[in-house]
Write a protein that binds this ligand. Sequence first.
Ligand code: SAH
Ligand code: SF4
Length: 346
Amino acid sequence: MSEIIKTSLKDLSDEELSELLERCGVAAFRADQLRHWLYQKWAADFSEMKNLPAALLGKLQAGYRVFTLQAEETLTAEDGCVKWLSRLSDGNTVETVLIRAPERATVCISTQVGCQVRCVFCASGSKGLIRNLTTAEIIDQVLLPCRYLEAKINNIVVMGMGEPLHNLDMLSRALDNLNAPDKFALGARHITISTSGIVPGIRKLADLHRPWNLAISLHATSDQQRAQIIPPDYRYPLEEIISACQYHRQQTNRMPTLEYALLKSFNDSPEDAARLAALAARLHAKINLIPCNPGPSRYQAPALAQCRAFLDRLIRAGAQATLRTRKGDAIKAACGQLRSRQRTDN
Ligand code: SAH
Ligand code: SF4
């Protein structure tokens, strides 16, 4: 018989947590103590919460969980980057990556198990969508590297498995908790959400008026070219994506980043570079080039010299652009690959 899955405390709103503690018969200040353990001490178990009464912990433990992830596999790269495959309570698995630079630590988090967009070059989408992650499962991916480093991470990029704007309700609740000064207290400007260009989602995100950064996975500079790598169900016309980005900018004052996976002999010509630079200029956007990681499709990365030449063309055309070449970034771009190799899902 399977064990009943307990509710995570991080899936409760502040009001629900207060009501729960009231029902447990403890004073209101216990909620602050509990929040401190959850979000500032990154507790993974009730047994860590030393200043809370044992009777209260016993009552909470009967119906609630502190942490939702069971790290199943931890891969460490030479440059200190770490990739986790975590087991969720229903047996599904999810990937999280820690990217380390001398001055900062960035965590790349997933929002779904699988993805229904199913871009042809991406391992995350190769088997479609299994389910959305809960708010607590999203938050716990940020706390996992904090526990590992014994230090708070500095940036969050929502660039792991899944299309974040297909799970915006859970994601926005998670990010609000991560921003909240009495919880994880990470500034909103240290958070970037990457989308494949889900127009209604970009507009809904804009209407939340949160100063989170937005990255658009463009990968192609015409609708016809994009149609070859993104299936039709969740693909939107480029002009609609551009106007949604402009709306997002009006509402939030944040300039987008354009992500562009370099796919050999597909989108790496001088004409592609010229069109990409022109699009970026219209959007006042920076460009982030990602050489293709070997994935489920026949696409490959151009040689490094070709990637650099593409970057130079963008820069000569006046764009602000970077090329992702470091190892940790390579594991990050390969999000979804660990899980698909393992086939560990139920
Ligand atoms: N679903 C969101 C966020 C997750 S993917 C999105 O698509 O934006 C993060 C980035 O990695 C996206 O730009 C995605 O297109 C890119 N990506 C996925 N598979 C890749 C691969 N095999 N090589 C290079 N980039 C890849
Ligand atoms: Fe989904 Fe993003 Fe992968 Fe496309 S690239 S299948 S949107 S996770």
